[in-house]
Design a protein around this ligand. Structure first.
Ligand SMILES: [Mg+2]
Length: 413
């Protein structure tokens, strides 16, 4: 089996409402680039990576000169062919490598008639549990609906998601409003969710002293973990006295950083992102190190459509030490580009796909529809807030959004 062609198609899929985070916002849509790798035996493998729009398309297509003629079964060669660590000082291709690895694993699975999780040694579970992943949101300017900015709106949305999808773990993405205000929201969430586990993730926006203060104020709650409250391994290490499990998806995202965290522990739960780590197999390797040193792991979400979600499900299926629910932005999307429509949550979990490879196929009518939508609306700056022109955050931040300010009626993109 040899690679004969690589295609990339950027799509924009609408979200229910714009999602706020400490660095800016997802402006009412996800922009994702779908990767298709064709082989000489007539198979098509699927990959996906975030954002980037035309530049992600061009970057993927530029890999043809490296990969046409390569046998996709030779997975161990891929990092050295396109993302070896010293060449990557010039061309950081980790996320491209991930999308290519997904597609090659999909091809190998299809060729052998087995799923990716079987290729990785077999499933330990058939369903992967997820957290509810709550965001502060603007109202969708198209419908005027979906706003979440106060404790009542947050609790109402959490209870709706719990009823509809069965979540028993709730994650609040913070770092948007002043810490005391977000504390009030988080405590309201805890009071309303009946002992369910909780996560707070301000994307490293707090100073060490704010993170200590916030951490002390939530010690009595059923915290699943305290995620990236402040920036850096040394910052996080200063929070270990809180007695809260600390998690990160920002500063342990490669083997070097994992080694540093093993030698001088800062973080208890490593959030494995199939994109940030450069593929599913890199995450499996990292999870094995975590198992050896008894660190916790969970499956992280950097935003996904169905292809990337399938990579997260196969990863979650094979990890013996998956001791926390996964995250997904997925339920904020209004649609997906895979045959059979969006994956379904049942009792807070999603079933791992059964078919060969990743077990998902493209619905080409939807790919065409959302590629057209992308051409209409274009990309968006993930690290800007459409409601606060000219604003950008510091790390640690002190430029919080005002929870009492009305949504700007000029919110357009
Ligand atoms: Mg995070």
């Amino acid at each position: 089996m040899k690679i004969t062609d690589i295609r990339a198609t950027t799509v924009a899929v609408p979200l229910q409402a714009p999602l706020l985070h400490s660095n800016g916002a997802h402006w009412g849509r996800f922009v994702r680039t779908i990767v298709e790798i064709e082989t000489d035996n007539g198979l098509v493998g699927l990959g996906e990576l975030g954002g980037g729009g035309e530049s992600a398309e061009a970057a993927i297509v530029a890999l043809k000169r490296y990969l046409v003629g390569h046998d996709p079964r030779q997975l161990n060669a891929l990092p050295f062919m396109i993302a070896n660590p010293t060449a990557s000082l010039y061309n950081n291709r980790t996320q491209l490598l991930a999308a290519i690895e997904f597609a090659c694993l999909d091809l190998v699975g299809q060729d052998l008639g087995v799923s990716v999780s079987e290729l990785l040694g077999g499933r330990l579970r058939d369903r992967v549990p997820f957290a509810s992943y709550l965001f502060f949101r603007y109202a969708d300017p198209r419908t005027g609906e979906g706003e979440i900015r106060d404790p009542d709106q947050l609790v109402a949305e959490a209870l709706r998601l719990k009823r509809q999808y069965g979540f028993r773990v709730h994650k609040l993405k913070g770092g948007v409003f002043p810490p005391d205000y977000e504390l009030e929201c988080y405590r309201a969430l805890a009071a309303a969710t009946d002992g369910d586990l909780l996560r707070y993730d301000p994307n490293a926006a707090l100073s060490v002293s704010e993170a200590l203060r916030f951490g002390k104020a939530i010690q009595d709650l059923p915290n699943d973990y305290y995620e990236d409250p402040t920036w850096g391994l040394n910052g996080l290490r200063q929070l270990r006295g809180l007695g809260l499990p600390l998690a990160t998806n920002t500063v342990v995202i490669n083997p070097e950083q994992l080694a540093a965290n093993v030698l001088n522990p800062a973080v208890d739960v490593i959030l494995l992102d199939t994109t940030f780590w450069g593929g599913i197999r890199a995450c499996v390797k990292a999870a094995a190190v975590c198992e050896t040193f008894q660190l916790g792991v969970a499956v992280h979400s950097s935003g996904e459509l169905g292809i990337q979600l399938a990579t997260m499900l196969h990863l979650g299926a094979v990890l013996p030490n998956l001791d926390h629910a996964a995250d997904a932005h997925y339920h904020h999307l209004v649609d997906d580009i895979i045959v059979g429509g969006p994956f379904e949550y049942v009792d807070g979990a999603i079933a791992v796909p059964e078919g060969p490879g990743l077990g998902v196929r493209l619905d080409y009518e939807k790919v065409a529809r959302y590629a057209e939508y992308y051409r209409e609306v274009g990309g968006y700056p993930y690290d800007r807030d459409p409601g606060r022109p000219g604003w950008y955050p510091l790390i640690p931040n002190d430029r919080w959004a005002d929870p009492t300010a009305p949504q700007p009626d000029t919110l357009t993109w």
